[in-house]
Write a protein that binds this ligand. Structure first.
Ligand code: DX5
Ligand code: ZN
Length: 216
């Protein structure tokens, strides 16, 4: 099976979002990665519902939404309404993670949990069977264009092992500093899906770049 590619819209040109959304529609990409930041959980603020709805209006592929917000529970229904198909929350941002996962699924979305670089994979032991996706952060969340943290590769291997041990069915996605070199290491380690922002949007031919990532 080829690698799932989820270009991060955070790196697109917000003065011309529709053009960049159409580029992703026409490309080999599988999903749209949507980064929502609250300025509390992470030291940056990205965009909210009106922008996400505008993207959803033009997007012809699923929205893979990465919430970098503290205590996301009150907003789960709003993200469903704004078009999220996969909703990923941070392990570090949820006091009652199990409840949050159940609420995401009850709202009709796929549930994901993201792990910051310092958070070990084994902390997911008790919830892995409830999850559709785990997002391994290979940078500290908050900004596009950061340098890849190499220990993410080992974490992907550990997560793969945990999924096998628990007989779970979970997509392993990795986010941050992904390019052809780091992407290859991640796929070899067991990653099913790669997020790529600056590498795609800063490249001369974003569609070709997506195609090359897809071949990893
Ligand atoms: C970082 C975000 C990423 C970001 C990735 O907090 O979660 O999705 O857009 O950007 P690159 O691929 O440039 O590291
Ligand atoms: Zn992200």
């Amino acid at each position: 099976m080829s690698t799932i590619i989820s270009p991060s819209v955070l790196s697109c040109n917000f003065a011309n979002v529709q053009r960049d959304v159409e580029m992703i529609n026409a490309s080999a990409a599988d999903w749209f990665h949507i980064d929502i930041m609250d300025g509390v959980f992470v030291p940056n603020i990205s965009f909210g519902f009106p922008v996400m709805e505008a993207i959803h209006k033009h997007a012809k592929k699923p929205l893979d939404v990465h919430l970098m917000i503290k205590d996301p529970n009150p907003y789960i229904g709003d993200f469903k309404k704004a078009g999220a198909e996969i909703l990923t929350v941070h392990y570090e941002a949820c006091t009652h993670l199990h409840r949050t996962i159940q609420e995401i699924k009850a709202s009709g979305m796929k549930a994901g949990v993201a792990l910051n670089p310092h958070t070990p994979v084994h902390l997911l032991e008790e919830v892995i069977q409830e999850l559709d996706l785990v997002l391994i952060m290979s940078v500290n969340p908050g900004f596009g264009g950061q340098k890849f943290i190499p220990s993410a590769v080992e974490k992907v291997k550990k997560l793969k092992q945990l999924i096998i041990e628990k007989n779970a069915s979970v997509i392993i996605e990795v986010d941050g500093g992904v390019n052809l070199e780091t992407g290859r290491l991640l796929v070899e380690a067991g990653a099913d899906a790669l997020v790529a922002g600056s590498f795609v949007f800063n490249s001369e031919n974003p569609q070709k770049t997506i195609e090359a990532l897809k071949q990893l």
